[in-house]
Write a protein that binds this ligand. Structure first.
Ligand code: FE
Length: 206
């Protein structure tokens, strides 16, 4: 499915609401429960993501920063999955919400068993447009995510409780038990311009 960019306003409104929220609450449970309906509303319509934040790469899934809070209390990222692309098994070291915008993705959580082996935690989830799923150190922070579609790009919008591209995190190799440090960064130096409201203002001119 392709979509036409209409207006950045839904993203700007989401970021305004998130900025207010992180100023009012700071515990993980409240942040997740209060962010969930905001993200659900954001991904309910697919007409606001700027084109340059929706472009897949043939080799790697892309992570386009949409916004980072100046105090790094949250960040919003567009994940773009080419056909067959997937993450390694990884953690986040903060809370996070995944909102499915376009296409479909699969997410499988992992946990350590009593012998210290990394095992699947519950069933694999398949996200469809409009679905929102949470990860966090409390709820289960280790997972693997993949594009569920073999022949199409999928896009999900992620919200994290930190500037996620700059967080020291971990990838896991279940066969060897190896845990490696990583910092994800972002796929582009550009972020969307949220603040050109001139067409809105011009429409109010007499
Ligand atoms: Fe993740």
């Amino acid at each position: 499915m392709t979509s036409t960019f209409n207006s950045i306003k839904p993203l700007r409104n989401f970021i305004t609401s998130m900025t207010k929220l992180v100023g009012e609450v700071s515990d993980e449970q409240s942040l997740i429960s209060l962010t969930t309906p905001l993200l659900k509303a954001l991904v309910a319509k697919d007409d606001w993501l700027p084109e340059f934040c929706s472009i897949p790469n043939t080799d790697f899934y892309q992570q386009y920063l949409l916004h980072a809070d100046p105090l790094e209390r949250f960040s919003v990222v567009s994940f773009v999955w080419g056909p067959g692309q997937k993450t390694p098994i990884h953690d986040h070291c903060t809370w996070g919400l995944i909102g499915m915008l376009r296409g479909s993705e699969k997410a499988q959580k992992y946990q350590y068993d009593l012998n210290g082996a990394l095992i699947a935690d519950g069933m694999e989830a398949t996200l469809k447009p409009g679905d929102v799923e949470a990860v966090s150190p409390t709820l289960g922070d280790i997972h693997i995510v993949s594009n569920a579609l073999p022949d199409q790009t999928s896009i999900s919008i992620h919200v994290y409780g930190a500037n996620i591209g700059a967080v020291k995190r971990h990838v896991y190799e279940p066969d060897t038990g190896l845990v490696k440090n990583f910092v994800s960064g972002y796929s582009s130096p550009l972020v969307p311009n949220l603040w050109d409201r001139s067409s809105e203002m011009r429409s109010e001119l007499i």
